[in-house]
Unconditional design. Structure first.
Lengths: 242, 211
């Protein structure tokens, strides 16, 4: 079994162990976990892993969500028919969380924190005392700081880390097992994309394509430079001057 | 529970199997109950109910009320551990049932990550129970036949296109319960409560009746 591959990624490990600690926390300690960081660092991969590991309920927020939309989405995940009023729905969510002991993962929470929906999260937490995992972009800690009632219920802050060399090796091995990539090539890529795991994946795919086209089994930095291909960093190409 | 609708918060939506129906009766019951009583309420065979209730007893969800027993020897029972709307998935001996957890994890992963290869899906699902890429590939193929996922970036290399990535189509996340592959060659979606695909034997693997 190749179970060690995804769990070996830094951010997956960080999130999973934080939830582990929250699930086994002593009575009376708060149970909110906040993971934050720019997009593309593998937060969702971590969320998926943790959700599978702890059989967590998972919702992904949208910018347009109101309090009711949020509650309906959570209840849908729980397969519970929503009650008539919002307070009834909060009770339903809280009861199910505390009875089942399953964590609730709220992804893209930045959409909710600046709105009044955030108070619903506090309500759910207070009524359930369950494990709530909030995942969002970099401004999540700042937004949470404004919500004092929610802020002091955070047990652990988990900043998402940029990809390390080991992460990239793990990703390369699991995506393209036949391809051998040198560390200098990966290091150059890591600096170019500033540790964004999603762009690493895009570039690994490009390397694999090029290597397949010219029949290479192993690629190092010198060979890649020789091909004259630039890394895909997400910046649009500059206009060529005549 | 005599007549009327059960409180809504006690009910799970979607299609319910026998165990789910039994569990909902147990949760709604405020007084002590007997197996007979539950069997009447859910209109099920006495043995079916007894089987599940015995399992719940062994797992510590139910206890026998010693003080009272009927003349016929029926014991009075009481729910002592309530784990929420979902009926506990346990075996006859009262241990946690792992069958179905892998499929559930695969379905959850597809919903969270959207696009994934069979190998990655197997790894993700292995966070729950050990799952092989073969199992993941087979499940993806069923979902693809029924029109839940589409293969993107079909790879020429790799055995039988296993390196392809699959994407969950928009609007195809029907709910938290994973579509189940049934032994008779059907894909059943418990969220919708209907068979969504029937596989015709010996036909082209990609063809079949989409219900």
């Amino acid at each position: 079994m190749s179970v060690t591959k995804i769990v070996a990624l830094t951010n997956v490990g960080l999130l999973t162990s934080a939830i582990e600690r929250a699930q086994s926390r002593p009575l009376g300690l708060p149970g909110l976990i906040a993971m934050y960081g720019p997009s593309g660092l593998g937060k969702s991969v971590g969320a998926a892993w943790a959700a599978n590991r702890y059989r967590a309920y998972y919702v992904e927020c949208r910018d347009t969500w109101t309090k009711k939309a949020f509650l309906m989405a959570v209840l849908r995940e729980m397969a519970i028919t929503p009650g008539r009023s919002m307070s009834e729905m909060v009770d339903q969510v809280a009861e199910q969380l505390s009875r089942s002991g399953r964590p609730l993962i709220v992804d893209d929470v930045q959409y909710l924190l600046d709105k009044s929906v955030a108070n619903i999260i506090t309500d759910i937490y207070n009524a359930s005392q369950g494990t709530l995992v909030l995942i969002g972009e970099e401004r999540v800690p700042a937004s949470l700081a404004k919500l004092e009632r929610l802020h002091n219920r955070v047990l652990e802050w988990v900043p998402a880390q940029p990809a390390t060399l080991e992460d990239m090796q793990t990703l390369a091995r699991s995506s393209y097992p036949e391809l051998v990539l040198s560390d200098d090539l990966l290091e150059d890529l890591r600096t170019a994309v500033r540790g964004c795991l999603r762009r690493v994946a895009v570039n690994l795919y490009r390397i694999q394509g090029e290597a397949e086209a010219i029949g290479l089994q192993a690629v190092n930095l010198a060979q890649w430079k020789q091909l004259g291909r630039a890394w895909f960093t997400g910046e649009a190409p500059a206009r060529k001057r005549a | 529970m005599a007549g009327g609708r059960r409180p809504i918060n006690l009910e799970m939506n979607g299609l319910k199997d026998n165990r789910q129906r039994i569990w909902e009766v147990l949760r709604a019951e405020k007084r002590d109950f007997t197996v007979q009583h539950v069997a009447w309420s859910v209109d099920l065979d006495l043995e079916t109910v007894r089987y599940y209730i015995n399992a719940l007893k062994r797992a510590g969800y139910i206890e026998t009320v010693r003080a009272r027993s009927l003349r016929g020897g029926e014991q009075f029972l009481r729910l002592i551990k309530d784990c929420g709307v979902e009926a506990p998935q346990i075996t006859r001996k009262g241990t946690t049932r792992v069958s179905g957890l892998g499929t559930e994890a695969m379905w959850r992963t597809l919903r969270i990550l959207g696009e994934i290869s069979a190998e990655e899906l197997a790894e993700q699902a292995s966070a729950s129970v050990p799952t092989t890429p073969k199992t993941a590939y087979a499940y993806l193929l069923w979902l693809q036949r029924a029109g839940y996922v589409t293969a993107v970036g079909q790879s020429k290399s790799g055995p039988k296109g296993k390196c392809a990535r699959y994407r969950l189509l928009p609007g195809k996340y029907t709910g938290p319960k994973p579509p189940m592959v049934q032994r008779n060659g059907q894909l059943f979606d418990a969220n919708l409560g209907e068979v969504v695909y029937i596989h015709l034997p010996k036909a082209n693997p990609m063809e079949g009746a989409c219900v």
